[in-house]
Design a protein around this ligand. Structure first.
Ligand code: ADP
Ligand code: ASP
Ligand code: MG
Length: 242
């Protein structure tokens, strides 16, 4: 069976209307009988809003509590997205990082994913269900909630794709794919149809936030094909592979 991991970024799940758009895309893959796991980020600018709240209390919030707060953004997204999927007849189940057991290193705010348990997700897939997993978060050895750095939902998606031996990891966002440079800054930027892992590492390392650096490092290490495409338009996007 083909298995795809699809990640939807903040702007792609920024409202219920946008979640319905995501749901119809997921339904298309599910309807073809393919396995699909969805990873979602927090709605719109929710992570920034939560950060502002924390900083209004304390300029340097306690890292453990900050992670507990920031992780709620993705939890709202996955619960709502699972409800939207169910409303159109797709048997979806939401999961926090802790529920899946996305195991991370101890450091709050920039934890590294060290392992992903797949038992429950595999069982869902076997039964035709669609797991909807919160990006950006995991748990450390103590069981405390950790986050893996801004933009980290991309890395969650790749880690799940690798652990589940998926065929492709698709990153859906608000631009058509990976461009020569940021298309919002440079209107002449060109969308690339194919990029090597090395070229993508260079782009991500230069601070192009279209993909989290660790997501690219992880994908290269395990040779997981990555595709970046628009969540709103039908376009093949950019394939990042060997
Ligand atoms: P998401 O919320 O979907 O994860 P991000 O904001 O993290 O989206 O990443 C997408 C943004 O990355 C685009 O809106 C674009 O402005 C920016 N970006 C920067 N460099 C590039 C690039 N080389 N190609 C495409 N997008 C880029
Ligand atoms: N919501 C988190 C952030 O804003 C993670 C992500 O978007 O990937 O950084
Ligand atoms: Mg991002």
């Amino acid at each position: 069976m083909t298995l795809i991991v699809q990640k939807y970024g903040g702007t792609s799940v920024g409202s219920l209307a946008l979640m319905r758009n995501v749901a119809s895309r997921v339904a298309e893959v599910h309807g073809r009988g393919e396995g699909i796991v969805v990873v979602a980020s927090a709605m719109g600018d929710e992570t920034d809003r939560l950060l502002d709240l924390a900083r209004a209390v304390d300029a340097r919030p306690e890292p453990r509590e900050l992670d507990a707060l920031l992780a709620t953004g993705e939890q709202v997204s996955v619960a709502l997205l699972a409800m939207v999927l169910r409303s159109i007849g797709i048997p979806a189940l939401s999961y926090t990082g802790g529920q899946v057991r996305v195991q991370t290193s101890p450091i709050h705010g920039k934890a590294r994913i060290e392992g992903v348990e797949t038992q429950r997700l595999r069982e869902d897939l076997r039964c035709g269900r669609v797991p909807v997993v919160a990006g950006f978060q995991g748990v450390n050895a103590q069981g405390d909630v950790t986050t893996i750095g801004r933009g980290g939902s991309d890395t969650t998606a790749v880690a799940l794709a690798v652990a589940l031996e998926a065929d492709e990891c698709q990153i859906y966002t608000d631009v058509d794919g990976v461009f020569t440079t940021d298309p919002r800054m440079v209107p002449e930027a060109r969308c690339l149809s194919r990029v090597s892992f090395e070229e993508m590492l260079e782009l991500a390392g230069q601070g192009s936030r279209v993909l989290h650096l660790r997501a690219v490092e992880f994908a290269r290490k395990y040779n997981m094909p990555l595709r970046v495409a628009s969540a709103f338009r039908t376009s093949p996007g950019t394939l990042i592979c060997d």
